[in-house]
Design a protein around this ligand. Structure first.
Ligand SMILES: C[S@@+](CC[C@H](N)C(=O)[O-])C[C@H]1O[C@@H](n2cnc3c(N)ncnc32)[C@H](O)[C@@H]1O
Length: 278
């Protein structure tokens, strides 16, 4: 594979770009397979480009985009350049018509190349790159007034080359880790535990509630007993300390700037990186 850098093809809430140096400094020295069950935009995956990786996210439209870029990058680029070039002076009307078309395809579960291109187009032209759906599962983020092009073609070709070596799944995090075994590395970046009751925490219509955080802590213990190397990131909250604090795991607190947050007073915060190895 070529050595050129690759980076996420979408902007994603909770993206781990900012934490990359701290994450890289804490990787196990060696490991077998790589598992990333909450891959989102893939900031960590694309930085590490591990061999023998399995990536997963419950967002089926997102994982369809990974699959389409993997298997047919030329058709994906053609489709997205059609969307970009048809964006008229009135970007707003165009964006909303494409958002409606995207939602229509989502409802019909049409996971194809057109949906993948719409997914990236909408991500690049929606407010803050948020992926947010309403109770019916429809994407509802407004236009961000930008008319820039949606992708870098060379980057998409590089990403495609890399993804050909990766297994791509789109289910629940527990299922994604079923085969993780001794010596494998599992990087777990779930939706954040809430900082306060109003904070943004629902990425899909299923959301990720306190019970999901407990289930994830159970999986962390289970993977530890299998002999996997685990690294988990989250906010430094009471819940997270309650779930991981008394089990002998290494918990490092790191400071971060919060980019996707409507409350300016909450823009600097603490996150934790939890490991079950030295
Ligand atoms: C904090 S984001 C991951 C961000 C990612 N590390 C990045 O750099 O972009 C959490 C992800 O978990 C996904 N998710 C939510 N519930 C899930 C579940 N039950 N199983 C798997 N993925 C889930 C969301 O769709 C979201 O993409």
């Amino acid at each position: 594979m070529s050595n050129s850098n690759i980076s996420p093809f979408v902007k994603w809430a909770g993206g781990k770009r900012q934490l990359l140096p701290q994450i890289k400094a804490r990787m196990p020295k060696e490991y077998n397979n790589y598992y990333e069950p909450f891959v989102g935009g893939g900031a960590v995956l694309f930085e590490l480009r591990p061999e023998n990786a399995l990536i997963n996210d419950i967002n089926k439209a997102l994982m369809n985009t990974y699959r389409q870029i993997c298997s047919n990058p030329e058709a994906f680029l053609k489709e997205i350049s059609r969307l970009d070039s048809q964006m008229s002076e009135d970007g707003k009307t165009y964006y909303y018509s494409k958002r409606e078309h995207f939602n229509d395809k989502l409802m019909k579960a049409e996971y194809d190349i057109e949906l993948a291109a719409l997914f990236v187009f909408i991500n690049k032209h929606c407010f803050n790159g948020l992926y947010r759906v309403n109770v019916k599962g429809l994407f509802n983020v407004p236009y961000n007034n930008s008319r820039s092009s949606s992708v870098d073609d060379n980057m998409i070709m590089e990403i495609s080359k890399y993804l050909k070596t990766v297994k791509i799944a789109d289910g629940d995090f527990e299922t994604a880790c079923l085969d993780a075994a001794k010596g494998d590395f599992v990087f777990l970046d779930s939706p954040y535990a809430p900082l306060n009751p109003t904070s943004f925490e629902s990425y899909t219509k299923e959301g990720f509630d306190i019970e999901s955080h407990r289930r994830l802590a159970g999986l962390y213990d289970e993977l530890t007993s299998r002999g996997c190397y685990c690294m988990l990131t989250n906010h430094n909250t009471e819940l997270i300390n309650e779930l991981y604090g008394s089990k002998g795991y290494q918990i490092d607190v790191v400071s971060v700037k919060r980019l996707i947050n409507s409350d300016a007073s909450n823009r600097v915060g603490e996150e934790v990186i939890i490991r079950n190895y030295e």
